[in-house]
Design a protein around this ligand. Structure first.
Ligand code: GDP
Length: 321
């Protein structure tokens, strides 16, 4: 039986990845943070997952965990997960989303060298490493030039992934564009919008206060992106892979589609712009070219933009009862 170690196991992607790995018959070890309120839920849903309490900021602890589990596959999904939070905690973002990756890579190489067994590492990288990109769409050769603390930490981790690949570790840096689902927390604009749309649809009153309505993102379906991570882990030698739909939509289009799903056509009446949600710097447009993931990993997205919006709104409508 293959053994996987997953960091960030309680997040959106971690939870879909656990579902997927268990389905595939993999022995799953999850790294959790002390006091994470989602750990209990995970324990109940999947008692067969081996949980390990280790802090991402604890370098020696990370080495010990990787040595103990000695995984065939290590998925690193942990860290600060949003650009918005990274502006509030830039140093912590560098530590958890950057330096911790260096520790994990070094620990994985140690295990590979001491056991003689191959260890595949999958780093959940981000489109934010491109910052204000010099080409549209972005692919694996686009210049890494981040413009916020989150992107800078992910860029460091992306470079370290390449460096450890050249040392003989099969590291994949999956450059994930935005990917959403009903498990997305409302700190992200998509879930914030779908929760509000569900409430407005039900109550016929309310508003959605948003920042930059013109920002354009390439929004995909999170379980598809987890499928890409699994494919990358099984790809000999690893590599860099852009994981994206290749389509871009604005925040305004997302809001319009979400409100349309609950029967509202005049979306502008329900949306207000609030400077409190406008970022100090914001990438105007991100859109990925997933050709390499398609050709090398055989990966394709299964849900369109509209299908993603509908799945999220329908879930939030259902939650309201
Ligand atoms: P990100 O791309 O990882 O930062 O994901 P987000 O979902 O947080 O943000 C996507 C885009 O939506 C960014 O360009 C934000 O500036 C923009 N946006 C506009 N209004 C909001 C808002 O109220 N909340 C958030 N989180 N983002 C917003």
């Amino acid at each position: 039986m293959s053994v996987a170690l997953v960091t960030g196991v309680t997040g959106q992607d971690g939870s879909y990845l656990v579902d997927r790995l268990l389905e595939d018959g993999v022995e799953v070890h999850g790294m959790v943070r002390a006091g994470d309120p989602s750990t209990g839920q995970l324990r109940t849903a999947h008692p067969q997952v081996h949980l390990h309490e280790t802090d991402l900021a604890d370098g020696p602890g990370l080495h010990q965990l990787v040595r103990e589990v000695a995984p065939d596959q290590l998925f690193n999904l942990a860290g600060i997960s949003s650009v918005a939070t990274s502006w509030e905690q830039p140093g912590l973002t560098g530590l958890l989303s950057g330096l911790a990756v260096a520790e994990l890579l070094a620990a994985a190489l140690d295990v590979q060298e001491s056991t003689g067994r191959l260890v595949a590492v999958v780093q959940a990288s981000s489109a934010e490493i491109f910052g204000e990109p010099d080409r549209v769409p972005q692919d694996e050769a686009t210049a890494v030039r981040p413009t916020n603390p989150y992107g800078a930490a992910k860029a460091y981790a992306h470079h370290m992934s390449g460096i450890y690949r050249s040392r003989g570790l099969a590291v994949s840096s999956c450059i994930l564009f935005n990917h959403e689902s009903p498990r997305r927390p409302p700190a992200f604009v998509t879930r914030k919008i779908t929760q509000a749309a569900a409430r407005i649809g039900r109550e016929g009153t309310g508003e959605i206060a948003l920042g930059n309505l013109d920002a354009r993102r390439d929004w995909g379906w999170a379980p598809d992106y987890v499928d890409a991570l699994v494919r990358a882990a099984n790809h000999p030698g690893g590599g860099d892979f852009v994981v994206a739909t290749g389509e871009t939509h604005s925040v305004a289009e997302f809001a319009a589609a979400a409100l349309a799903r609950v029967g509202i056509v005049d979306w502008e009446r329900w949306v207000r712009t609030d400077p409190a949600f406008v970022r100090p710097t914001d990438t105007a447009q991100l859109v990925g070219d997933p050709t390499r993931a398609r050709e090398v990993l055989g990966w394709t997205p299964t849900r369109s933009f509209t299908e993603v919006v509908h799945a999220m709104v329908d879930h939030d409508v259902q939650l309201l009862g």
